[in-house]
Design a protein around this ligand. Structure first.
Ligand code: OOG
Ligand code: MG
Length: 258
């Protein structure tokens, strides 16, 4: 469908040029969620053609607060690509972003392939090799970070970069619902939260994603990284800012922006 390809080109050009663009539903208000996922799928395939690889999946809109803000009742998913992964403590150039925000998340690293439509949080924990502290940097391609559910799905859920800390722990040693986190910007605490903010349990968020992928015969693969969704609101940053996320029992992860 030509329209899908046009939208893929529109979003990829915005990302490459680091330029915010009008959301696509302004011109196409009848865009459905299914069409939005089709655009996302083609966008990822285009990145693969350009030599990048999928390394996992990310969840979005997993907190009640974000869902209410958007007037929706469901989470969303997108894909993580190899060029999104930054290293712990890395200094990332601001010129690589449009209007970035950082959010604390728990990353899951899969020990086995998993696919299905009635997967439970317990199933997820059974096939998770490690959980680790993470920061996701989101950078919507849309003007002023404003969009509908369909727009943000098409835009691969605002994905830009992510960073994983070096403390990887088996999930059996961690209470993911009760785990506390704080995020510091330039050494000051800017937001705090607990794991339960993510659909009541980060493992439930991952189960939701697997069941959603399962509807179209897809799933997670051994070695995949899953970002289970923001535990707090996302915080904007500019050149010169430094972030540190500290999880109780799960260590820290940081980055700065040059
Ligand atoms: C959509 C992506 C949200 C999360 O963890 O909730 C997301 C957005 O708010 O731009 O990554
Ligand atoms: Mg996120």
């Amino acid at each position: 469908m030509k329209l899908v390809q046009d939208m893929v080109d529109y979003l990829l050009t915005a990302e490459k040029d680091k330029r915010e663009v009008e959301k696509i539903t302004t011109d196409f208000p009848s865009l459905t969620i299914e069409e939005a996922y089709e655009i996302q799928q083609k966008l990822i395939e285009q990145k693969e053609k350009e030599g990048h690889h999928r390394i996992g999946v990310k969840l979005g809109l997993t907190s009640k607060a974000k869902q209410e803000m958007m007037g929706v009742h469901e989470a969303i998913y997108g894909y993580l690509m190899d060029d999104m992964l930054a290293t712990d403590g890395e200094r990332l150039p601001y010129s690589g972003f449009i209007h970035p925000k950082a959010e604390p998340e728990i990353a899951f690293i899969m020990d086995e392939d998993i696919q299905g439509t009635s997967i439970t949080p317990e199933d997820i924990l059974r096939v998770t090799k490690f959980v680790a502290p993470a920061i996701e940097i989101i950078d919507s391609r849309y003007l002023d970070f404003k969009f509908t559910l369909e727009d943000v799905v098409a835009d691969n859920c605002s994905s830009s970069k992510f960073i994983i800390g070096d403390r990887w722990v088996s999930p059996q040693f961690i209470n993911l619902k009760e785990i506390g986190v704080n995020m510091l910007k330039n050494s000051e605490v800017v937001t705090v939260g607990t794991g339960a903010a993510v659909l009541g349990d980060p493992a439930a968020a991952v189960a939701w994603a697997v069941n959603k992928l399962g509807e179209t015969g897809r799933g997670l693969k051994k070695g995949d990284i899953i970002l289970s969704g923001a535990i707090t609101e996302a915080i904007s940053f500019k050149s010169g800012d430094q972030f540190e996320v500290n999880f109780a029992d799960l260590g820290s992860v940081s980055f700065s922006c040059k």
